[in-house]
Design a protein around this ligand. Structure first.
Ligand code: GRF
Length: 183
């Protein structure tokens, strides 16, 4: 049985979808007041939160994360709106076992604003990508991606909502394909 942990920095809607369909060992947030922690409480999922600024260095912060992951014998780390670049300490311990969801069709529109960047570029379609995490920003090997159209009468809000709907379908599909057992 593969044990998964989810990392999220804010809202946590992807975490919620994952946790409703799969047993999540714990969720970690790098912001103590993130809404994802409330979601975890409501779902009865164990949560941890601590912040980079509470540590002397990013290496120390990530060493604390590695300790948590090892303590819980996590097989797969699912980044879902985790807004930090994974650094060498976490990668050294978990490379090949960390996946990320990105709200664009990589390699198009990497970075923190994939939806807005695609919208501002005037694309007729964007997408969603789940990929392995390496040391680059949204550069790791693609596991699965889907196209999402931008419709003629879209606003950025309706476009964004369609991207998120695609995310909520794609993450469970990828977890199934990686052999994570459902609840
Ligand atoms: C998602 O669009 C995800 O692709 C991106 O950040 C957003 C997180 O949303 N990396 P949420 O916290 O899951 O609601």
């Amino acid at each position: 049985m593969k044990k998964i942990a989810v990392f999220a920095s804010g809202n946590g809607s992807n975490f919620q979808v994952i946790a409703e369909e799969f047993p999540v060992e714990f969720v970690f947030s790098d912001h103590r007041d993130a809404y994802v922690i409330e979601r975890a409480d409501k779902l009865g999922v164990l949560s941890y939160a601590f912040e980079l600024k509470e540590f002397e260095s990013k290496a120390d912060y990530e060493a604390a994360l590695v300790e948590l992951l090892e303590e819980h014998q996590i097989d797969l780390v699912c980044l879902a709106g985790y807004m930090k670049i994974v650094g060498p300490t976490l990668l050294a311990a978990y490379e090949g076992r960390i996946i990320n969801i990105h709200p664009a069709y990589l390699p198009e529109f990497p970075g923190a604003h994939g939806i807005e960047d695609a919208w501002n570029a005037g694309v007729t379609e964007s997408g969603v990508t789940i990929h392995w995490v390496d040391s680059g920003v949204d550069t790791g090997k693609v596991i699965k991606q889907v196209r999402v159209p931008r419709l003629a009468d879209d606003t950025i809000e309706s476009f964004e909502a369609r991207i998120h709907e695609a995310e909520y379908k794609l993450y469970p599909e990828v977890l199934d394909s990686l052999g994570v057992e459902r609840r």
